[in-house]
Write a protein that binds this ligand. Structure first.
Ligand SMILES: Nc1ncnc2c1ncn2[C@@H]1O[C@H](COP(=O)(O)OP(=O)(O)O)[C@@H](O)[C@H]1O
Ligand SMILES: [Mg+2]
Ligand SMILES: [Zn+2]
Length: 327
């Protein structure tokens, strides 16, 4: 299939934006770590000095074998000390390495043999599908809108963790990201946070779909049962997006009327997205027990095994707002 040059240019722009975003993130982390553990800055400095020596040595050529080996040995030693020091301070050993979203191509978009990487292909497809348009329902929503001031005491601590996990999910959105289950009562910000996640991941250039469970299931139903061929085709296109997008945010699971059909549609969504390693965020008011009672065991066990639960706790923010207004 021939690629459209304009769309490809747009996709590559997005990839470039992702690269500079990752560079900023790496730089931010480096500053933070150096500030906490100044010895690491010195180790990095020594390492870079060694690299310069090494390059100079290689440049001179000739009988430098012994000195090159010695430089190698010292470089390895410095690396080992750096990793040990990072671990001792509670960081992963690679915390000072560069940040990249796609480990296969380091966010270049092409593999060493010149083939296009799947990450650039994905960006291209997102441009082609007009990924942003499906976000209309979700709307543009920044994380700044999510205010921790609405939660008190222990609830606040729980919600801080939930928010930081959601931000982390967005920052490191990639093939090895987890799936997320937003779980908690009404009015606690699940829909809001789902929208924040959806728009941030879309901004990073991935194809994203935001759907309430109810509307997703009715797309499946229409595709299957509609007598109107145009409506069936449009529904089929939506179903394809629900199954194929890089990130699906499925909001409000459990509010739909439960039928054998919705149950099998949910299984289909969860199972096929897991198999294709596409990420899903599901939000629900239901507890684990309620989920288990309502959906197929195969579905529930996949969610239990493959989704990280982010807990929502606190008092219904809609109710809190009303109280404040009338006081
Ligand atoms: N952390 C928050 N900061 C600011 N507004 C919030 C927050 N959480 C929820 N809201 C607001 O409260 C209302 C209910 O939130 P919503 O996300 O719909 O809750 P849920 O989906 O959990 O029922 C919405 O108007 C939403 O914008
Ligand atoms: Mg909601
Ligand atoms: Zn790649």
């Amino acid at each position: 299939m021939a690629l459209d040059g304009k769309l490809l240019a747009l996709a590559r722009e997005r990839l470039a934006a992702r690269r500079s975003e990752n560079q900023r993130e790496a730089e931010r982390r480096r500053r933070e770590i150096y500030a906490r553990v100044p010895a690491l800055r010195e180790l990095d400095g020594a390492y870079h000095a060694l690299l310069r020596d090494y390059i100079a040595l290689v440049g001179t050529g000739g009988a430098q074998e012994a000195r090159l080996r010695e430089t190698d040995r010292r470089a390895e030693e410095l690396m080992a000390r750096k990793k040990a020091l990072l671990r001792a301070n509670g960081y992963p050993a690679d915390a000072l390495d560069g940040v990249c979203t796609c480990p296969r191509c380091q966010d270049i978009g092409y593999l060493p043999d010149g083939r296009m990487c799947t990450c650039l292909r994905e960006l291209y497809e997102a441009e082609r599908a007009g990924a942003q348009t499906r976000l209309d329902q979700a709307g543009e929503q920044g994380f700044d809108a999510f205010d921790l001031g609405w939660y008190e005491g222990e609830d606040r601590a729980v919600m801080e963790l939930t928010l930081s996990n959601a931000r982390q999910f967005v920052r490191r959105f990639a093939a090895d990201s987890p799936n997320l289950l937003f779980q908690g009562g009404t009015g606690l910000g699940k829909t809001l946070l789902g929208r924040c996640v959806a728009s941030a991941v879309a901004k990073a250039g991935f194809s994203v779909a935001y759907e309430t469970a109810q509307s997703a299931f009715s797309a499946f139903e229409e595709q299957r049962f509609s007598r109107d061929p145009d409506a069936a085709a449009a529904a089929g296109e939506r179903v394809r997006r629900i199954l194929d997008c890089a990130l699906l945010v499925l909001d409000d699971l459990g509010t739909e009327m439960s039928t054998a059909f919705t149950q099998s549609a949910l299984y289909n969504i969860v199972d096929s997205r897991l198999n294709a390693n596409r990420k899903t965020v599901i939000s629900t008011n239901l507890s684990d027990a309620e989920l288990a009672a309502r959906y197929l065991p195969q579905t529930v066990s996949r969610i239990a095994g493959e989704y990280d639960t982010l807990v929502f706790r606190g008092r219904d923010i809609r109710a809190l707002r009303r109280e404040r207004r009338y006081r």
